[in-house]
Design a protein around this ligand. Structure first.
Ligand code: FPP
Length: 255
């Protein structure tokens, strides 16, 4: 069983897929709840925003790692519908951080053949961030190496409610009958339409919660929780998560 004390491959071995991981059994889609930025900063006597900045560096490195190791889809929870309740300065900082990072990293995403998409209730985001998001999604839409999905102002319940509303509208207009509503159809109305469900959900900082993330899509995902705070989640930690995932037996409700 892989644990938080499982020995790590050398730095050199972590640059490409470590030999102890089975390429054939890699998750096709990894979802991450990046938690613990605030605690990481507090432990160092620094303002919370420094934790978010360091968390961004961690995310950039994880993205690179997914590309290097051949994981084709990564989805991260950057801002939940509940995060608006944080102090205004922190919310403003996060919005500005998303916009700045997107502006700074766009050329690199294009060069590395990464497609970026944002999911969530995007119309409530500041207009300048929305423009930057639109630009990034348009300019990377044909990229193939990695699909990077950022959940921003995202809530799983809100996603299901909007799907229900849109389906009901189709029924009301006579484009659909009630009998035609099934799981496959519901999936087409989710923000993640076209993406396979996550095989693996990683949550950092030790909390054992889903926190309204991808409620439908995580139905059969393997969950890996580590006490490591997000800014400290490096390639070695990711290796341990993948090793634990590969040691699980996935039954999808069957025997
Ligand atoms: C949770 O830690 C983290 C967040 C709410 C923000 C995550 C955002 C990033 C890592 C930046 C991503 C950047 C882009 C461009 C997508 P917390 O603040 O809840 O930590 P705590 O639980 O220790 O307080």
């Amino acid at each position: 069983m892989a644990t938080e004390s499982t020995p790590l491959p050398t730095f050199q071995q972590l640059l490409s897929l470590p030999p102890s991981l089975d390429r054939q059994k890699l998750p096709r889609h990894v979802a991450v709840i990046m938690d613990g930025n605030g605690r990481w900063a507090r432990q160092k006597g620094l303002p919370r925003i420094v934790g978010h900045r360091q968390g961004t560096e961690t995310l950039k490195e994880l993205l690179r790692c997914c590309k290097d190791w051949g994981i084709p889809a990564l989805t991260v929870y950057a801002f939940s519908t509940e995060n608006w309740q944080r102090p205004r300065e922190e919310v403003n900082f996060l919005m500005l951080l998303f916009e700045t990072v997107l502006g700074q990293e766009l050329a690199q995403l294009i060069q590395e053949d990464v497609r970026i998409q944002f999911i969530g209730s995007l119309s409530d985001l500041p207009p300048s961030l929305r423009e930057q998001i639109q630009r990034a999604m348009t300019l990377t839409k044909d990229n193939q190496s990695l699909l990077f999905t950022v959940a921003t102002n995202y809530g799983g319940r809100q996603e299901l409610v909007q799907a229900c509303q849109r389906i009901a509208m189709e029924v009301q207009c006579g484009n659909l009958t009630v009998d035609e509503i099934n799981g496959q159809l519901v999936e087409r109305y989710l923000y993640t339409s076209g993406l396979p469900d996550p095989d693996l959900l990683i949550r950092t900082s030790g909390e054992m919660r889903i926190s309204n993330f991808l409620l439908w899509q995580l139905a059969y995902s393997e969950i890996y929780v580590t006490s490591t705070l997000w800014p400290d989640f490096d390639r070695g930690q990711f290796y341990r998560a993948l090793l634990a995932y590969q040691q699980r037996e996935r039954r999808f409700g069957k025997l």
